[in-house]
Design a protein around this ligand. Structure first.
Ligand code: NAD
Length: 364
């Protein structure tokens, strides 16, 4: 089976790094890599060449039996792909309803990496977690870069500087990494989440957990948060406003799968923030947690800098690609045996990630 690795269009990362290629070969796969696929992540064609054929995009698209990409392929690309090919990408079926039917209708099979269940067993394959961790780390570094103040407390001959106050809204994977990073830089950190399980994790990182009574949780949501009542969100916004006025940095990560991100920082709250403060909105691509956020833009409002970027992992392309590639390898190991597909539908990881129907002939 030929396994194709493509260059991303609007992303510096690459889905498979050179050190993973021989491991894919050991699974019986023959590897095709698009020329310059890893260039923006600092992986040269030469590094791939030892175990893979480096060829044109057109050759990768037309000859592969399995194709990996970080972002879904364009319609123009798909026109060059043969029917029956297995596409592996992040198709975000919750955000793009109908994507599975469209791919199936065109004769493709598709694994959506963002649909891998968030279980302990699947942790090593979880691209959402590895990329969210990087985004949380980078969010703090971006905020520190733009903040006109120090993060740590400084006692110097030129005076004493108080530590920065950082408020984190949403303590999932990105939020927890943001807390850890901000604490390492010496900031005072507070965090909110609607999941009670987050409290212990926040406190174990040395931050204060802010509780708002009455959050709804649903164990059937697979660990994800669920939408909250208008009344709860209003109380939460009031609590956030009181803390936002004292914060130097706010990092928002709150998402509810399948729906628009909740607004936790309305315009009015931003108007109460200190001049020079920074908001990093990691929920920008799903509507943003800040009412003023513009997706993929850095703006100023009320003398506050608001960074709307959900894809900060792209700013650290080398390690992001290494982690992504490890996740993909671990996933592929579950269903490729001796160069052939072996799709066991009793395996909850395979069942969760496969968004198109599986042909009988490929079942294990
Ligand atoms: P996410 O990106 O979907 O959301 C980020 C955070 O925002 C979550 O913690 C969520 O609870 C929170 N949130 C939603 N609405 C909010 C609101 N109104 N106010 C405050 N916070 C709000 O989350 P994620 O980081 O992808 O994690 C989702 C879940 O999966 C978490 O429970 C996480 O612990 C779990 N997880 C498990 C594994 C594993 O076991 N393999 C791996 C990764 C994540």
């Amino acid at each position: 089976m030929k396994f194709g690795i493509l260059k991303e269009y609007d992303d510096q990362r690459v889905a498979i790094v050179p050190e993973i290629v021989p491991k894919l070969k050991q699974l019986g796969l023959e590897i095709l890599v698009e020329t310059q696929a890893g260039a923006t992540a600092l992986f040269s064609d030469k590094l791939y060449q030892e175990h893979a054929s480096v060829v044109s995009r057109q050759e990768v698209l037309s000859q592969s039996d399995m194709l990996i990409s970080i972002h879904p392929l364009s319609d123009a690309d798909l026109q060059q792909v043969r029917k029956g090919v297995l596409l592996i990408s992040q198709f975000a079926p919750f955000a793009s309803p109908g994507v599975a039917e469209t791919l199936h209708g065109k004769g493709f099979q598709a694994f959506s990496l963002d649909m891998i269940p968030r279980t302990t067993l699947a942790q090593s394959m979880d691209v959402l977690s590895s990329m969210a961790g990087i985004a949380g780390y980078k969010a703090v570094l971006e905020a520190a870069r733009l903040l006109p103040r120090y993060f740590p407390m400084m006692i110097t001959a030129a005076g004493t500087i108080r530590p920065a106050k950082v408020l984190i809204l949403g303590a999932g994977v990105a939020g927890l990494q943001a807390i850890a990073t901000a604490r390492r830089l010496g900031a005072q950190v507070e965090a909110f989440d609607t999941r009670r399980a987050a409290k212990e994790e926040v406190e174990s990182l040395g931050a204060k957990f802010v509780e708002v009574e009455g959050a709804v949780e649903d164990t059937a949501a697979g660990g994800y948060a669920v939408a909250q009542s208008d009344e709860f969100l209003a109380r939460q916004r009031a609590e956030v406003q009181a803390r936002a006025a004292k914060a130097d940095v706010i990092i928002t990560t709150a998402q509810v799968r399948g729906t628009k991100a909740p607004i936790l920082l309305p315009k009015e709250t931003v108007s109460h923030m200190k001049p020079g403060s920074v908001v990093v909105d990691l929920a920008a691509s799903t509507g943003g947690n800040c009412e003023l956020t513009q997706d993929n833009a850095v703006i100023q409002a009320h003398q506050v800098t608001i960074i709307g970027n959900s894809y900060l992992a792209n700013l650290m392309p080398q390690d992001a690609s290494v982690m992504y590639a490890n996740n993909v390898l671990n996933f592929i190991k579950t269903f490729v045996k001796e160069g052939k597909l072996n799709l066991d539908m009793n395996n909850e990881i395979i069942r969760g990630a496969m968004i198109t129907p599986i042909p009988e002939t490929q079942n294990a």
